[in-house]
Design a protein around this ligand. Structure first.
Ligand code: ATP
Length: 135
């Protein structure tokens, strides 16, 4: 588990530039970034990070790093400097599935065969989580 320093993340994401914004989730914004090694990353900047939940945040990160499955995005590391609470993931190309499902030009790429494989992959990931949570 890597602890990234904020300076490195600011350089990687061009200071959380609007051009690098990949999306917005329930926990905050996600930015594309690139490490000096050339590795592409997705940086989730948690909204409302106060620095106060330091221990809680660290425990959650430790928990998340134990999840390893080919259908789950890999967590590479974290940063909790100052008020920031940031999660660093491997970058997954091709945006989100909803960008294909709801786009009339791209929708045709999702043949039923492809859809079935996606559903199977999602189910495998979910099953892994269920088993993992019970254990
Ligand atoms: N590892 C990643 N690689 C590439 N893009 C990502 C990655 N993680 C998130 N994104 C992009 O950022 C968007 C927001 O992601 P995030 O995980 O925060 O929210 P969500 O799963 O869409 O919603 P919620 O957090 O509310 O469940 C995604 O829809 C996706 O486009």
């Amino acid at each position: 588990m890597l602890r990234f320093d904020l300076g490195m993340i600011l350089i990687a994401t061009d200071e959380f530039s609007a051009e690098n914004k990949l999306g917005q989730g329930g926990f905050g914004s996600v930015y594309k970034g690139i490490l000096p090694s050339g590795q592409k990353i997705a940086v989730k900047r948690l909204a409302g990070g106060s620095g106060q939940g330091d221990l809680e945040f660290k425990n959650e990160v430790l928990l998340l790093t134990r999840l390893q499955h080919r259908n789950l995005v890999k967590l590479l590391g974290f940063c909790n400097e100052g008020d920031e609470e940031i999660l660093v993931y491997e970058h997954v190309p091709n945006s989100s599935l909803d960008q294909f499902i709801f786009d009339e030009h791209k929708r045709w790429l999702l043949t039923w065969d492809v859809r079935c494989r996606i559903i199977e992959g999602v189910a495998r990931g979910l099953l892994y989580l269920h088993v993992w949570i019970k254990a």
